[in-house]
Design a protein around this ligand. Sequence first.
Ligand code: A3P
Length: 332
Amino acid sequence: MQISKPPMPKYLKQDELTQECKDLLSSLPTESGWVASTFYKYQGFWHPCRHLQGILSCQKHFKAQHSDVILATTPKSGTTWLKAILFALMNRDQYFSKSKNINNHPLKSNNPHVLVPFLEIKLYLDDENPDLSLLKSPRLFSTHMPYVSLPNSVHDSQCKLVYLCRNPKDTLISLWCFTNKLRLEEMGTSSLEEVFEKFCKGVSMYGPFWDHVLGYWGESLKNPEKVLFLKYEDMKEKPTFHLKKLAEFLECPFSFKEEKEKVVEGILELCSFDKLSNLKVNKDGKLPSGEDCSAFFRKGEVGDWKNYLTTEMVERLDKICKDKFDGSGLQF
Ligand code: A3P
């Protein structure tokens, strides 16, 4: 028996583009993509056309506020996890205290992507210029946009950027598994060899991976008050330390009272892979854009690449990364 796949998420369809976007597309370099049939290179990074539409609208219309917090990530680096953590952290007064019932927490009944929307693949894709005036401050958004493509108002305002990335081998495996879940039945699945080749050439969603990482890494060194650079592996290894660091970066450090009441541990527990992935909403629910929420929870482990990549693949990718990150002070 064949199991039919869910419809392709709306954001991957090649329609409904503005004339401005169509004109731009015709001038950009192209490559065959993974999920969408074509990737376009814009400002040095590869995108399916509808993502590009969202990026253009966001660049044109988004007005950052000083109090905004923007989570920027490479795809499959743990965005869902950090969205949950940031949401829980920034809204902790409302839900974390002895008198409050944690079962009423919005994360218990909403996928983190619903609570923390993407700028370019949700808000500015659904609407060219969405009305964000009703959102309460501090606003929390997310993006996969590379640093060079962020709207000018993000650079000009004092808003904070939290960046998360993950070691490239786990990122690649997670991305390969995820995109195969999203592909239309008639497209079949992509082989790891095919996807590996493209990833090594830098052709992946929001790739080249290394340029994305280096863009934010450089800014975090130049401007540590504005950009906090985090790695998935470090979050996994020392979650308490990094959650406290995150709170300090956002200028909302945990008080002595909160530490005594174990709010830090409470947030980490609520956002843990086991807790989030076993919630009904994340097991059976769908995002408004069509993806199964469960697609965002696979294994949540460090080093799963060992189960997939051959020795030759590991050597090749390690060599590329060594060359790309050489001299940057960054290692994976
Ligand atoms: P794996 O595919 O390696 O399991 P993103 O959220 O950026 O799309 O990344 C998805 C990756 O993060 C997946 O990795 C997923 O399992 C993992 N993940 C999701 N929720 C997590 C959590 N609460 N803790 C740790 N990892 C999580």
